[in-house]
Design a protein. Structure first.
Length: 369
């Protein structure tokens, strides 16, 4: 029976293929009557490669290109976010540790009040910070984010890291007198996830997921979850493709969002990793392919990721690049060029965000890398 239902669905979607909005409508209506479990995850990744959105297991549509907001000053972010919204971005990624939720909330309110967009037009992602990675802190932190964002709900709420830090007043990165990060060693992912599920049940979050978790940690949560993990946000770029983790997530019906999809040169320099992680925007293979398609190197790198069915959240404050980073869906890379880019993978040595800027973080039992 499931195979028959799936065959019927494919036929309907094929007929609607030239009308992307109708495809999404078919899928949303399908979810009212039949379980998503009868539809192979490969179907969703195929849809992602052919559209500029993905359909989460809860039936909500998520834009494949989001606007990243980490490492931007308040003034820069306010201007850049307005430019991004004007350019058509409808997916914004933030977190309490970025310390910009209030700015984002202010900009969104202006857009809502002016009637330029409705709340239902925008997809907002925020996260449970590592200082709140305890069951009793989940609800207070999401309420705080909602207050700062001036929203009644977020579309996706993620556990930002698998490790936890001690709660010391309002300090988001508490340290001792020697500069060592203060670890909370009592992290219990199963109990924290149960509280995350309650945020969906009460309407504060439409979907929930993880960030920076490894395969064993994800397995532990899935084994005990009532609501499955919708999304895993991880560092992913052409030099660090995380193939094993990506394949595992596809098998488990978990979508992936790539942060630092262009390599985050600012963070590379800050962490003194310029020798280990070269500038991918200047890579000869990337430049050659960019010339072939008459696109920017950034567009080639982003298209490579979304063509693999993965969401991207590039961050920029440059107006031209903001617009350029979104122009990925009226063209595609040929198989031979996809393979050339796949061959650039350097593996673990190209990881940029290893959290080593938290002195002593590797001593936490849930450190994921």
């Amino acid at each position: 029976m499931p195979q028959l239902l799936y065959a019927c669905l494919i036929k309907v979607v094929y007929c609607a293929h030239m009308h992307k909005e109708k495809v999404k409508l078919v899928l949303r209506n399908w979810n009212r009557y039949y379980s998503y479990s009868v539809i192979p995850q490969s179907f969703y990744y195929t849809q992602a490669m052919e559209n500029d959105t993905i359909l989460l297991p809860n039936g909500h549509v998520m834009p494949m290109v989001g606007f990243g907001t980490w490492q931007a000053s308040e003034e820069e972010l306010q201007d850049a976010l307005n430019i991004a919204l004007e350019a058509g971005y409808r997916h914004i990624d933030t977190a309490p540790v970025y310390e910009n939720e209030k700015v984002i909330g202010h900009v969104l309110k202006e857009w809502f009040d002016s009637g330029r967009i409705k709340r239902s037009d925008i997809f907002i992602v925020t996260k449970l910070p590592c200082v709140g990675n305890r069951p009793e802190d989940v609800e207070p932190w999401i309420k705080r984010s909602l207050k700062d964002l001036q929203l009644e709900y977020v579309d996706l709420y993620l556990i930002h890291t698998p490790f936890a830090l001690k709660k010391v007043g309002e300090d988001l990165h508490p340290k001792d007198e020697n500069g060592q990060i203060l670890l909370d060693l009592s992290t219990d992912h199963v109990k924290v996830w149960a509280e995350m599920e309650k945020q969906v049940e009460c309407g504060r979050a439409k979907a929930i997921g993880l960030s920076n978790f490894n395969i064993p940690q994800i397995k532990r949560i899935l084994k005990n979850a009532k609501i499955k993990v919708s999304m895993l946000q991880i560092e992913l770029h052409v030099f660090f493709q995380q193939k094993e983790l990506v394949e595992y997530c596809k098998e488990e019906n978990i979508f992936i969002t790539a942060y630092s999809p262009l390599g985050s040169r600012g963070l590379v320099k800050l962490l003194n990793k310029t020798e280990k992680v070269p500038d991918m925007l200047q890579n000869d293979v990337v430049l050659e392919i960019a010339e072939k398609y008459k696109k920017s190197p950034a567009q080639i790198l982003l298209r490579f990721i979304v063509q693999n069915g993965i969401v991207v959240i590039p961050k920029s404050t440059n107006p031209q690049r903001i617009k350029e980073n979104k122009e990925l869906f009226d063209w595609e890379l040929k198989p031979e060029d996809m393979q050339k880019l796949k061959n650039l993978d350097l593996g673990e040595s190209a990881r940029i965000c290893d959290f080593e800027f938290f002195k002593g973080i590797r001593n936490h039992p849930e450190f994921p890398f």
